[in-house]
Design a protein around this ligand. Structure first.
Ligand code: SF4
Length: 420
């Protein structure tokens, strides 16, 4: 395996690049003059090129990157920062694959392997939740009907909750394992009650990294994108992720963003982009976690490159709360949710707590100077928190908004989600 110095050669050019005198251009102070033409293009509403993306990743000028990204985030979402009252459910950690970065995977006979019944899955859902997020391992012999049945059980028990389930990697596995078409799988899941799809399983769209990190057995870039396109065509919105901070290069990050942007142009159903910081645990692909500076830069560059994604998320589980809160001024307009129970990042010793309260999220958002907006899985407003609401939450006398009986379902046209 290459050393990090070889893998991120771009960084050396950033270190060697001389810092110019500060320049103040339209409200932003630059110490890296290479960013100034990019700022002009951002202000003109022009699309940034992959070369621009690389220039931004190479730059040391974090404050200017954050200012540019915040400008774009404000143009799209104003002062609003979204969160959701949700739960993450991981029905099984048994998986036929063995991706090198994964500390979650178990074989059936391992200590710590689990398989949840539909009843156990249902037990995690409470009336206050607006979203249930479900992802898991590629179980060797749970038939597709098993997954279909627990989605239906949730829908029957909670007609008004939004179900966000199964990454494109899982859908691809169901198709290969049970010899079903992706079209049939998606149609059956929608009939069972699916509302949207999460964005996991994308990792980094790079054949080199896939080989080195042993994830060639899961949906690769073209297939991952194809499955999201099919979902979008059915009115199933989805998210997209990028796993960074391991052995990928800046150029590979830029290519990943470019492919997502092209797909969004074509199918228009991505709601949010979520950069996922690699969690260092037993595999130790690198010696330590990406720094907070690297996290903030990645959020900012993602916001600037993905001009057609409505939302960029600071996923506090992986960033930790403090960095996620700062990211709300570096282009992120979403901090995910209460999450209640998270087992994938925490299998890799994520340093964040397993879940947080509404009070904590509202506090983080207000401390960042933004307006808390509670949302559902499809980014419909549940509640915009005014000053009175914030005070009520802090004093623990806030009364949650009940789920709507008219919760939107998959199958609608996705026009409202496509945003430039
Ligand atoms: S990342 Fe997902 S597909 Fe890969 S080994 Fe872990 S659970 Fe399995």
């Amino acid at each position: 395996m290459l050393s990090r110095g070889q893998l991120w050669p771009e960084r050396r050019s950033a270190i060697l690049r001389p810092a110019n005198l500060m320049q103040h251009i339209h409200g932003i102070t630059f110490t890296d003059e290479h960013l100034i033409p990019i700022w002009e293009r951002v202000r003109a509403g022009e699309r940034l090129s992959p070369a621009d993306g690389l220039t931004m990743f190479e730059s040391h000028d974090l404050s200017a990157l954050g200012g540019m990204a915040d400008y774009v985030a404000r143009a799209k979402n104003g002062e609003r920062v979204h969160f959701v009252i949700n739960v993450h459910i991981n029905p099984t950690n048994i998986c036929v694959l063995n991706c090198k970065f994964c500390d979650y995977v178990h074989s059936r006979n391992d200590d710590g392997a689990w398989e949840m019944t539909p009843q156990e899955i249902l037990a995690h859902i409470t009336p206050e939740m607006h979203e249930v997020h479900i992802v898991g391992g590629h179980h060797p012999d749970w038939p597709f009907e098993y997954h279909e049945n627990y989605i239906r059980a949730i829908r029957d028990a909670h007609p008004d909750i939004q179900i966000k389930a199964f990454t494109a990697a899982e859908i691809d596995y169901f198709a290969k394992r049970w010899k079903l078409s992706v079209d049939e799988i998606l149609d059956r899941l929608v009939a069972a009650g699916l509302n949207s799809m999460p964005g996991g399983g994308a990792e980094i769209f790079s054949a080199r990294v896939a080989r080195e990190l042993r994830y060639t057995g899961k949906a690769q870039a073209a297939r991952w994108l194809e499955i999201h396109a099919k979902a979008h065509a059915r009115g199933i919105p989805s998210n997209a992720t990028m796993l960074y901070g391991h052995i990928e290069t800046y150029a590979e990050r830029v290519e990943h963003l470019r492919l997502l942007r092209e797909q969004q142009d074509a199918s228009g159903g991505f709601l949010a982009f979520i950069p996922l910081e690699y969690q260092v645990s037993t595999e130790k692909l690198v010696a330590r976690h990406a720094s907070a500076l690297e996290d903030l830069k990645t959020i900012a560059v993602s916001r600037l490159m993905l001009d057609n994604f409505p939302h960029v998320k600071a996923y506090w589980i992986m960033l930790q709360e403090d960095t996620a809160a700062i990211a709300l001024n570096f282009g992120a307009d979403d901090i995910d949710g209460t999450i209640a129970k998270e087992r994938i990042a925490h299998a890799a010793d994520a340093r964040s707590p397993g879940g947080v309260t509404r009070k904590r999220l509202v506090r983080l958002i207000r401390d960042a100077g933004k307006t808390p907006v509670e949302r559902d899985a499809l980014y419909n407003d549940v509640k915009v928190y005014g000053e009175e609401d914030v005070v009520a939450v802090m004093e623990e006398r806030y009364r949650p908004v009940q789920r709507s009986r008219e919760s939107p379902r998959a199958g609608r046209p996705l026009d409202k989600f496509a945003a430039r």
